[in-house]
Design a protein around this ligand. Structure first.
Ligand code: UDX
Length: 460
């Protein structure tokens, strides 16, 4: 068996993969993990990255890095408009990315490049890959469930769901049960046509690719996988959860992770702490921030809260908190700028995760069996929250945005009441399924084998 694996690895030597992550934290992490997984399967790895949110090559000595000048201006980079930035990246990167690929392909001293693996949101790369006759495989960093909804956008548009009307928020989306109109993965305060254009680019160029990789697992999203396998012409590979492959992987964090959170957690009782973090992009108004602060404080549970600089619009960091807020809590609260989230979720003191329902956070919480309180902000987060609360039933969703009384009540339901016990029980079972899919014969490992043989057969 071992000899057979060695021979397979030997045959793949001389095969290089070029990976191109979208430069946002929630996209960089899974792409770098995927690189580590594929490297362990014998491929050489080249990462092309933008100089916006550029990566630190010294964390990944086994990979080759190439930085491209994306031409993103300081003012564009610091704008909070993620949609505009994604669009800009898809236009400004075309030439530098193409030039970089041409150079890589013409370097005869390098191994043959089997394919490009790009983030699904870098949809411009399909045309570049086609023009260079290079196969392109896509990594979709979100879940399959939200992708099914994105794929249905043309139909939903035809049937008059967009732009979303406030009066229809509570109505069911008959085409996509159990979603209601309010769960549709849109973004508030952006031009709907621009948003629609980006989603269409992401979906259509994923369909045009030579295959799609997902950081998810079959047992979690089986019916969505069946739907996509029926509708998509190309192969689909759910091979997650990436971070549970137990390979030694370096950190791809753009911000320094504050380790004081772990020593603080060490002093707390088992399953007593609420960990609150809203990912790398979400932004809150000052009023929302204060409701969250009081909701946490009034819950009487200890809490570890990530307040990322820039989380509160118009503030540097914690200025909106009333003076003496932390002191009155007598050590019951620990606030940091960025956490080692994987370690935090795996810590025995953590009893619940109050999350914005980004896909990585959702998957990371499931893998540690930590039940969630969901407060989605935009796009796929809304679908993820619905699945957590109503399909997998492993968490609760805050229904009225952020209201301190509802927050307090929600925390009690999850951490103190019987309902919470049932939720905890369900997420423990899901955690076991997540573990099982990475054991010998498990679905993700089988899909990974199929992916490796698929890539090995791609001809450039
Ligand atoms: C974005 C989108 O918002 C999300 O909807 C989409 O699914 C992926 O891209 P983000 O908002 O950053 O991602 O959330 P998430 O997907 O949860 O990714 C955040 C990553 O940062 C996670 O891997 C998490 O472990 C890490 N993180 C978060 C930290 O390391 N420390 C923290 O304090 C918070």
């Amino acid at each position: 068996m071992e000899n057979q694996i060695d021979t397979q690895m030997e045959q793949r030597k001389g095969r290089r993969l070029v990976l191109f992550p979208l430069p946002f934290q929630g996209h960089i992490n899974p792409m770098l993990l995927l690189a580590t997984i594929l490297h362990s399967k014998g491929f050489s790895i080249t990462i092309i990255h933008t100089n916006f949110n550029s990566l630190n090559p010294s964390n990944f000595p086994n990979f080759t890095f190439h930085s491209i000048q994306d031409g993103i201006l300081e003012s564009e980079a610091s704008s909070k408009d993620v949609l505009a930035l994604a669009k800009l990246l898809n236009t400004k990167c075309v030439e530098p990315f193409r030039d970089c690929m041409v150079k890589l392909l013409s370097d005869v001293s390098e191994e043959t490049i089997s394919c490009l693996i790009s983030d699904a949101f870098f949809y411009f790369t399909q045309a570049v890959a086609d023009s260079l006759r290079l196969p392109r495989v896509v990594l979709r960093t979100g879940g399959l469930s939200s992708f099914v909804v994105f794929d249905a956008f043309p139909l939903l548009r035809e049937r008059g769901y967009f732009p979303i009307q406030d009066s229809q928020l509570e109505e069911p989306v008959a085409e996509l049960p159990p979603l209601k109109v309010k769960d549709l993965p849109v973004m508030d305060n952006v031009d709907p046509d621009s948003f629609y254009e980006i989603i269409a680019g992401m979906v259509n160029e994923s369909k045009a690719s030579s295959g799609i990789i997902w950081n998810s697992f079959e047992e979690l999203e089986q019916s969505e996988l069946d739907t996509l396998r029926q509708e998509f012409p190309n192969p689909i590979f759910p091979i997650g959860p990436f971070h549970k492959y137990y390979l030694t992987s370096s950190s791809s964090s753009l911000l320094a992770q504050d380790q004081s959170s772990i020593s603080w957690l060490d002093k707390q009782a088992p399953k007593s702490v609420i960990y609150a973090s809203f990912g790398s992009l979400a932004a809150l108004s000052e009023a929302q921030f204060l409701e969250i602060a009081w909701g946490l404080a009034n819950s009487n549970q200890p809490f570890l809260w990530v307040v990322r600089p820039g989380l509160v619009r118009g503030s540097e960091w914690l200025e909106p908190l009333p003076s003496g807020f932390l002191e009155t809590l007598n050590g019951r609260a620990h606030i940091i700028k960025w956490a080692p989230q994987l370690e935090v979720l795996a810590h025995p003191a953590v009893g619940a995760f109050w999350t914005h329902s980004g896909w990585n956070s959702t998957l990371e919480s499931i893998c540690e069996g930590v039940p969630m309180i969901c407060m989605p902000c935009f796009t796929d987060q809304k679908v993820n929250a619905k699945y957590v609360s109503q399909v997998w039933k492993v968490g609760l969703q805050l229904e009225n945005g952020s209201d301190r009384l509802e927050i307090e009540r929600c925390i009690r339901r999850l951490m103190v009441e019987k309902e919470g016990e049932e939720i905890r029980d369900r997420i423990s079972k899901l955690k076991e399924k997540a573990k099982f899919c990475l054991q010998q014969g498990g679905s993700s490992l089988q899909n990974l084998d199929s992916l490796v043989s698929h890539i090995s057969k791609l001809e450039s």
